[in-house]
Design a protein around this ligand. Structure first.
Ligand code: KMH
Ligand code: ZN
Length: 271
């Protein structure tokens, strides 16, 4: 089986220091967390910008600092968020892509997101996809519900997006698809044969879905953006602790963990 690509979703836009005291917020903290996660086995870090007071931002300068500081520490693939936070404009959200990061996310539809609505107008999605393609940024398609994987397939057929696809199933957001084994099996069944996939289980779904992905030949995303706990009632000490556990489980299943360069190869990205 192909080596396992672990993504560490370090910060997100919603989690607070009150919920997770060790949440990395500043570019320096994010770079330290990225370094620790890379050491633990992460090949990709999914990053969100925050101002120093914790407010989410898509400010290009904040992202520039994050990318530069991570680069100074290690060779991990930096994947910028274009989801940002609920309520941001599409233009704001796209700003970090103009820095030509190696990778960026692209949410494939609108969805209820807790008590909010995460809006992704098809026209904006099209602009995001075209911009990323023009700038040579590898896209990770974020799929929160079943209609979104249908959209991925429809857009592929229409030529709006091109293979090889890499899809992230984000399962367990209140308002979107459940974080259950059945949901993951359905999502996987809808993928084009040559696509790669990863799964981000939210909260208590993180560990069981990660374990499934290891066994099924998918890839795994863990980290504070999706889950702040190590186990029920016990906060994780760090993002790296969550990465380490997945790397360990994968090795126990005789599935080796990919380095950033191996991940680039698996995903069809330039070395
Ligand atoms: N913060 C969420 C509303 C992404 O990073 O691409 C969207 C999100 C998706 O986090
Ligand atoms: Zn995100």
């Amino acid at each position: 089986m192909e080596k396992l690509i672990i993504t560490a979703a370090l910060t997100g836009a919603e989690v607070t220091r009150e919920q997770q005291p060790n949440l990395p917020i500043t570019p320096d903290e994010i770079a330290d967390a990225a370094f620790e996660c890379a050491k633990a086995g992460a090949a990709i870090v999914h990053v969100h910008g925050r101002y120093d007071d914790g407010t989410p931002t898509q400010d290009k300068e904040v992202y520039r600092q994050i990318i530069t500081k991570v680069r100074e520490r290690c060779d991990v693939i930096v994947q910028v968020s274009t989801g940002g936070a609920v309520g941001m404009t599409a233009q704001e959200r796209l700003a970090p892509v103009t820095l030509k990061p190696e990778m960026a996310t692209l949410s494939m539809g609108s969805v209820n997101f807790g008590n909010d609505v995460f809006m992704n107008h098809p026209d904006d999605m099209d602009i995001f996809a075209t911009t990323m393609k023009d700038l040579g940024v590898k896209i990770e398609y974020e799929v929160f519900d079943t209609g979104m994987i249908t959209t991925v397939n429809r857009w592929l057929k229409k030529g709006l997006i091109t293979a090889p696809l890499h899809v992230d199933f984000v399962l367990g957001i209140p308002g979107a698809m459940a974080g259950t084994p059945e949901a993951l099996m359905y999502m996987r069944s809808q993928l084009p044969a040559d696509a790669s996939w990863t799964v981000a289980g939210i909260g208590a779904a993180q560990l069981p879905l990660a374990t499934m992905a290891i066994i099924l030949g998918g890839h795994v995303r863990v980290g504070f953006e999706d889950n702040v706990y190590y186990r029920k009632g016990e906060l994780a000490n760090s993002n790296a602790q969550l990465v380490e556990r997945v790397a360990r489980i994968s090795r126990e299943h005789d599935r080796a963990v990919a380095t950033p360069d191996e991940a680039r190869k698996i995903l069809g990205m330039p070395a």
